[in-house]
Design a protein around this ligand. Structure first.
Ligand SMILES: [Zn+2]
Length: 295
């Protein structure tokens, strides 16, 4: 059976269909994510129906979601798209699609996709990070996603950023100074706004920094240092072979050379062999990893 993978993001929802044997991509489409629970369920149902109509057959369905499904309640928890928190998304998608579906944290899906045949292919341990609207991560060991006793393995973004001497911002999770409030795309844009009084998108700021705009350059340099601190903490605990950066911020090309020049100051080792890589499948990795939730 061909596999449908859906990446439910905070701003967009993407569907991909992978061929049963080859894993080749047969179909792809992207829609804006509605900011309501009913809209999310409807959007996913419509995407699946449209894909299956075009392909002329039914497929397995895996879905990468922000947050995770609580083992205790069966309800979504920890999503930065807060309108799906506390909702029975698993059950409602089964009903809407009239079949069994598999849900997994979106960062875990990203990490699985990149570890399977992407930037981390062949590595023993891959840490896949999404630096987008939020900051999630997944840990893949020998090709399998580490789930954890509480279903939160890799939830890196809601620890405080280490080795920083500034109080952080309040996070939607109720804590203050979470990594997400320093390293998400909105956090980067906000840092630029606070230091310049100007509003620019993350990509505009990164482009300005490359064009030697001093203000943008300073904001990017701070971001690089903070990302190095956050990832050094991960290296000290998980010691991955490869770290892959997905999400909008992962498209900033200069991160891949600049961050490893800084993280050695914080890693508890005489040398750092960990590789920092861009994703091979880019934004597609979330949907691809969700498709691979079915064997
Ligand atoms: Zn938080």
């Amino acid at each position: 059976m061909d596999r449908i993978g859906i990446d439910l993001g905070g701003t967009k929802t993407e569907i991909a269909v992978l061929a049963e044997c080859s894993g080749a991509e047969l179909y792809r489409r992207r829609i804006p994510t509605e900011r309501s629970y009913d809209g999310v369920v409807r959007g996913i149902r419509d995407l699946v129906q449209a894909a299956e109509k075009e392909l002329g057959r039914s497929c397995s369905v895996g879905i990468g979601i922000p947050g995770t499904v609580s083992r205790e309640t069966g309800l979504v928890k920890n999503a930065n798209s807060t309108w799906i928190n506390g909702m029975p998304l698993d059950r409602d998608l089964r009903l809407a699609l009239n079949r069994d579906v598999r849900l997994e944290n979106d960062a875990n899906c990203f990490a699985v996709s990149e570890a399977r045949d992407g930037a981390g292919a062949g590595a023993d341990v891959v840490f896949g990070v999404i630096l987008g609207t939020g900051t999630g991560a997944g840990i893949v060991v020998h090709g399998s996603c580490l789930k954890g006793a509480n279903g939160i393995a890799g939830e890196w973004g809601h620890n405080p950023l280490p080795w920083i001497d500034k109080p952080g911002r309040s996070c939607y999770c109720g804590k203050v100074g979470c990594i997400e409030t320093w390293l998400s795309g909105p956090a980067f844009e906000n840092d630029y706004f606070e230091s310049t009084g100007k509003k620019k998108s993350a990509m505009e700021i990164a482009a300005a920094a490359t064009a030697e705009d001093a203000e943008a350059g300073a904001v990017l340099a701070r971001y690089i240092h903070r990302l190095a601190q956050g990832l050094a903490h991960v290296i000290n605990i998980v010691d991955p072979d490869v770290i892959v950066l997905g999400g909008g911020m992962g498209k900033i090309v200069s991160l891949y050379d600049a961050v490893p020049l800084v993280w050695g100051r914080y890693v508890f080792s005489d040398s750092v062999q960990t590789k920092l890589k861009p994703p091979m499948f880019g934004d597609s990795s979330g949907a691809r990893g969700a498709a691979w939730l079915w064997p």
